[in-house]
Design a protein around this ligand. Structure first.
Ligand SMILES: [Zn+2]
Length: 151
């Protein structure tokens, strides 16, 4: 979720936590932008559920040629984060250089300045930083995952 400084002041910090949408019928968790329909059971009632904000970087890319709004931030890392609740979301990973980034890194969400708008307004959003707290790491290889077994 990206919000401008104006929205930031209107919504307030409680609304700026990382959240996902839980299907009330089958309990499947979806990314926050899936607001209306559950992909699994086609249920039409999804409710917001706050996430702890911790997870693992499962893939990433390094952006060297960003869109206009992000000029000056390159090179930067954007990856998919698999949150501990099981939902996967794309997000920037900051605080480490592109050659330090590694799949499987434990990360946690933080609220950061995202970009400058065309009118000079500032936008905020969730980014991820390396989580230094000692936690289990998932094994790099999972049995039965052909995409990973193929490499
Ligand atoms: Zn469902």
């Amino acid at each position: 979720m990206t919000v401008s400084a104006i929205e930031f002041s209107r919504l307030g910090p409680p609304k700026l936590v990382l959240y996902a949408m839980r299907c009330t019928a089958c309990r499947t968790l979806h990314p926050w932008w899936e607001k209306y329909t559950c992909e699994k059971c086609k249920g039409r009632e999804l409710v917001e559920e706050n996430l702890a904000g911790t997870g693992e970087l499962v893939n990433y890319t390094v952006v060297y040629y960003p869109p206009r709004d992000f000029l000056g931030q390159e090179p930067y890392v954007v990856g998919h984060i698999e949150l501990d609740e099981g939902v996967k979301m794309p997000a920037p990973v900051v605080g480490l250089s592109p050659d330090e980034v590694e799949v499987g890194t434990r990360v946690k969400s933080t609220l950061r300045r995202m970009k400058l708008g065309h009118e000079g307004d500032v936008y905020y959003s969730q980014k991820f930083v390396v989580d230094p707290s000692p936690r289990r790491r998932k094994p790099a290889r999972r049995p039965g995952n052909p995409a990973r077994d193929a490499t």
